[in-house]
Write a protein that binds this ligand. Structure first.
Ligand SMILES: Cc1ncc(COP(=O)(O)O)c(C=O)c1O
Length: 385
């Protein structure tokens, strides 16, 4: 019997919710859709959290500014001076919300890119400002100081510098970071330097030293430390820059203590295990490159990626990214993210794959991707001559 009942009018089906499906089947799904990191030795977080649970630290409120050791570790990780301010929030996401609220007003403009991590654009729009999106779906697949300079106008208040970039995986050379930071300094603009993926890069370059008076560094332990579910990140920078933003911090009673102890344990030991995470991620992306190269109509705009993800361009296959996402998830249990989540203009061309996963996950992708593209290819349905 159809959904409309026997003989009744057919009811329209609710749209397919990939996340609902993937979470419901999480033990069978290969999660390559959210740039999460599944390669960090699990005992680092579990030992720290178990100890905190035994001590029943959840009974009290945490220190509102965040564990002092956490702030110190973040400062050291970002090579910031001891007197710099660190705000600890529920993920970098919340810090991004706070800073757009605090620093932008209706009518302001922010120089940003397309593709991009669009949640930040949504926050910018919530504050009444708008983004000036520069197309970067062409070499060098990132902003350049020259284009940023051209885009700055009388209403510009901020530059969004995500480095490395989600979803393309491109990274900024040090000289470009410096040049963009100098524009922010010279033109009196805020520079939001989102460094969520910096540990995966060959030559990560922080903008802060080039424009400490204008830079807000957004950090996160979701991707480098494999703690996305803990929801912990924040802001760092000079006290006079961070102070006005911290007024918008709603975490007057602190953020989750279990997340903080896990982050402390992970940041403390990161130098011992991150090189292995990085090496495995690099080997994984090479494996994916070979698979993509074997599929006509698919290609990688950016290779190697400086992050733990990249975009796979499938425009030449004639397949819609949403259809491929659904096919891979439902038939193969491999979860990638369709490009429309990341680009208003180019989202119909690509699907994003993250690869800080165990090699067995990548092996599943390697079998699934050619199969799914073959099954959906428009010519597959055409009758054979
Ligand atoms: C560029 C960028 N910034 C921030 C975030 C959010 O990170 P968090 O999990 O710390 O909120 C993401 C998550 O994917 C991201 O891609």
């Amino acid at each position: 019997m159809g959904p409309g009942g026997n003989g009744g009018p057919a009811m329209s089906e609710p749209p397919f919710d990939a996340f609902r499906y993937a979470h419901a089947h999480r033990n069978e799904v290969v999660w390559m859709s959210q740039n999460t990191n599944h390669l960090v030795p699990p005992e680092i977080a579990t030992n720290a959290v178990e100890a905190a649970l035994r001590e029943r630290r959840y009974e009290g409120y945490p220190y509102a500014q965040g564990l002092p050791e956490l702030s110190d570790l973040v400062r050291a990780d970002l090579r910031m001076p001891a007197d710099s301010s660190v705000v600890v929030s529920a993920g970098g996401t919340e810090a991004l919300y706070m800073l757009t609220r605090a620093l932008l007003a209706p009518g302001d403009e922010v120089v940003a890119s397309d593709p991009s991590y669009l949640i930040i654009h949504r926050f910018i729009e919530l504050s009444g400002a708008r983004t000036r999106n520069l197309d970067i779906y062409a070499p060098p697949y990132r902003l350049t100081a020259e284009r940023v300079q051209e885009a700055v106008g009388p209403k510009t208040r901020m530059i969004l510098l995500i480095d490395p970039l989600n979803p393309l995986g491109s990274g900024y050379p040090p000289e470009e970071v410096r040049a963009i930071a100098e524009i922010a300094h010279d033109r009196g603009l805020w520079l939001v330097n989102d460094v969520t993926y910096r540990d995966f890069a060959d030559r990560p370059t922080l903008a802060y030293p080039f424009a400490p008076d204008r830079t807000l560094t957004v950090w996160s332990v979701s991707k480098n430390c494999g703690l996305a579910g803990m929801r912990l990140g924040g802001l760092a920078g000079r006290p006079d820059v961070i102070g006005p933003v911290a007024r918008f911090n709603t975490n007057d009673l602190g953020v989750n203590i279990l997340a903080q102890v896990a982050a402390v344990a992970a940041l403390r030991s990161k130098s011992t295990w991150f090189p292995t995470v990085r090496a495995t991620s690099r080997a994984n992306q090479e494996r994916i490159r070979d698979v993509v190269a074997s599929v006509p109509g698919a290609q990688l705009p950016v290779m190697p990626s400086q992050a733990n993800m990249f975009a796979i361009d499938i425009a030449g296959t004639g397949i819609a990214p949403e259809a491929l996402q659904k096919e891979l998830l439902l038939r193969d249990g491999v979860f990638l993210r369709a490009g429309n989540y990341l680009s208003p203009k180019f989202g119909g061309r690509f699907i994003r794959a993250s690869f800080s996963n165990p090699p067995e996950d990548i092996a599943k992708f390697a079998a699934a991707f050619p199969r799914a593209v073959g099954a959906l290819r428009p010519s597959a349905a055409a009758p054979l001559p």
